[in-house]
Design a protein around this ligand. Structure first.
Ligand code: SF4
Length: 259
């Protein structure tokens, strides 16, 4: 799908704000100072993830073999067959990710939902449509310059929030994806992705507008598209976050140029 910028702005429902922010981007520190603290995602999205714990005693885990040397075909094969956490029990299929294998951008969400589980691709359905529109606002189309993945590769039953043990079990796959992709910027979509990669369970409002780093790659935090569908005013904040990420990307690509 390819929307014009105007179509995207209409879709996001925040046309004036997005245009103005793009022309006069807010500095990261200012953006942080403008954040209203503690606006909450839905209960499912904000559930504080407990520290990593042991898997359920009644689940027959198949310990994951080392993944830090796998190439893409080997990684895909291992994820497809993975039984390293209880999420394997009810999935239709594992969903590794989709996109350009030499991307500038890496977007990381929470985990597959029902439609993703059925189709084998992350971010389909309404949240996926919104993510595509967010990408379009950056002049990106799915599959070009961007890779999209999730913190866990298998659908949690009833779309519940992945548990800490599941995030920990799946983390080596995400880490290997980052190592293979070598993106120039990572955008974390929602609290679960933040917990998985940054191991921080603060409120998202307190985490936005700052530059983090993983494996030398800048990382930015913003809202999950599914949350934005239910909280329309926060789309403007998501746009601020994307502009911030784009500035960091430009600094990565051409540090000698002023922006
Ligand atoms: Fe394996 Fe990750 Fe699926 Fe758990 S969620 S079974 S660790 S691929």
């Amino acid at each position: 799908m390819s929307l014009s910028r105007e179509q995207m702005l209409v879709e996001m429902g925040i046309t004036p704000i997005w245009v103005l922010r793009d022309e006069a981007p807010v500095e990261p520190a200012a953006a942080v100072s403008q954040v209203v603290p503690a606006e909450a995602e839905t209960a499912a999205a904000v559930a504080v993830v407990a520290p990593a714990a042991s898997p359920p005693a009644d689940f027959a885990l198949h310990p994951m073999t080392a993944v830090d040397t796998l190439d893409w075909p080997e990684l895909a094969r291992q994820v497809t067959d993975c039984r390293a956490c209880p999420l394997c029990e009810q999935r239709k299929q594992a969903v590794l990710g989709v996109g350009d294998l030499n991307p500038d951008w890496l977007f990381i969400g929470e985990g597959p939902g029902a439609e993703e589980d059925a189709k084998g691709e992350p971010f389909v359905g309404q949240a996926g449509k919104l993510l595509d529109n967010m990408l379009a606002s950056l002049d990106i189309v799915r599959g070009q310059r961007v890779y999209i993945a999730n913190a866990v590769k298998c659908r949690p039953p009833a779309n519940r929030t992945p548990e800490a043990v599941e995030l920990a079990a799946c983390a080596p796959y995400l880490e290997r994806q980052i190592a293979l992709l070598k993106p120039k910027i990572i955008v974390l979509l929602g609290k679960v992705a933040v917990h998985a990669l940054l191991h921080d369970d603060k409120a998202l409002a307190a985490l936005r507008g700052k530059r983090y780093e993983v494996a030398g790659i800048p990382v930015v935090v913003t809202y999950h598209p599914a949350y934005l569908l239910r909280n329309l005013p926060d789309k403007a904040k998501a746009w601020e976050d994307l502009l911030f990420a784009r500035r960091l990307l430009r600094e990565q690509m051409a540090p000698e140029l002023p922006f």
